[in-house]
Design a protein around this ligand. Sequence first.
Ligand code: GDP
Ligand code: MG
Length: 223
Amino acid sequence: MAHSSTNSSTNGYDFKVVLLGEGCVGKTSVVLRYVEDKFNDKHISTIQASFLKKKLNINGKRVNLAICDTAGQEKFHALGPIYYRMSSGAVLVYDITDADSFQKVKNWVKELKKILGSEICLVIAGNKVDLERDRNVSQEEAEEYARQVGAVHFNTSAKQNHNIEEMFLDLSRRMIVHADEVEQKSTLSRTSSTRRNVVIVEDEADQERPASSSCCGGFSQSS
Ligand code: GDP
Ligand code: MG
């Protein structure tokens, strides 16, 4: 229920990724840098939520990312689930110069875990590392926190294009692993239920075989 549709390796993977974090931490900047390799010094107001698409090729597997940039976080509890319910991954962004924005990340993580459990792959981005001098969040603390919640932490700068691609690549790799595990599990359960069906079908087929084979024989003779 929690993850988006994922096809077999031949068709590639479709993943929805949601960006969450306090206003002005750089969510829109991160996604614009990643998808269009652009950066704007001004805050571009994000209207509710928008999707940006990115195609990747990871070890010969096609990956389509639909990245959902969100805004209006104060209404998160009312609107949030619409954006993240079908997501395979989430990028939780904070600003390394703003301690409060890191606390907000912890709130998003709690919310996501409550609703999606381990169904969603998490990455935490400590953005604006070009402003290292004004850092207000301990890197060690942030990394330790990420480990505790099963997320991977990245120091990013949308401005200097630092670690943005690496971060989405790492997230994509983990989403592939997770999707493959889910598919394997469902294949296993399908196979075992099919086996049960096969036994029943075989019984029926045995009884019907004389009639059906003469029917087929009739067709091949007359054609
Ligand atoms: P959002 O509200 O989270 O979507 O944040 P925005 O992407 O609109 O960015 C808010 C402000 O932070 C803008 O003025 C951006 O130019 C600036 N910003 C975003 N990323 C960085 C970064 O990596 N370094 C610096 N120095 N500023 C950034
Ligand atoms: Mg924005």
